[in-house]
Design a protein around this ligand. Structure first.
Ligand SMILES: [Zn+2]
Length: 77
């Protein structure tokens, strides 16, 4: 896939787009299956490539779940 095709197929994730994806999934976290306020939800890119906004590459997670996944905000023992 060349650069032009990539940009057409995978538009950057704008705040509006983020919100649309979260709403489309009814504010439900992919991880716990529960509903959360949209302000507590984030989009995770399964392949860690934030340019790949294919729906199959996206997960809706709460902020905590998302941080956990990336190993941030956690004290090591
Ligand atoms: Zn992520």
């Amino acid at each position: 896939m060349n650069q032009l095709e990539r940009e057409k197929k995978m538009p950057k994730l704008t705040p509006a787009k983020r919100e649309e994806i979260i709403r489309r999934r009814e504010n439900i976290s992919d991880k716990d299956g529960k509903k959360h306020p949209i302000t507590n939800l984030e989009i995770h890119h399964k392949d860690r490539n934030t340019d790949n906004n294919d729906p199959k590459n996206l997960r809706v997670l709460t902020k905590d779940e998302h941080q956990d996944l990336h190993g941030k905000g956690r004290t090591k023992r």
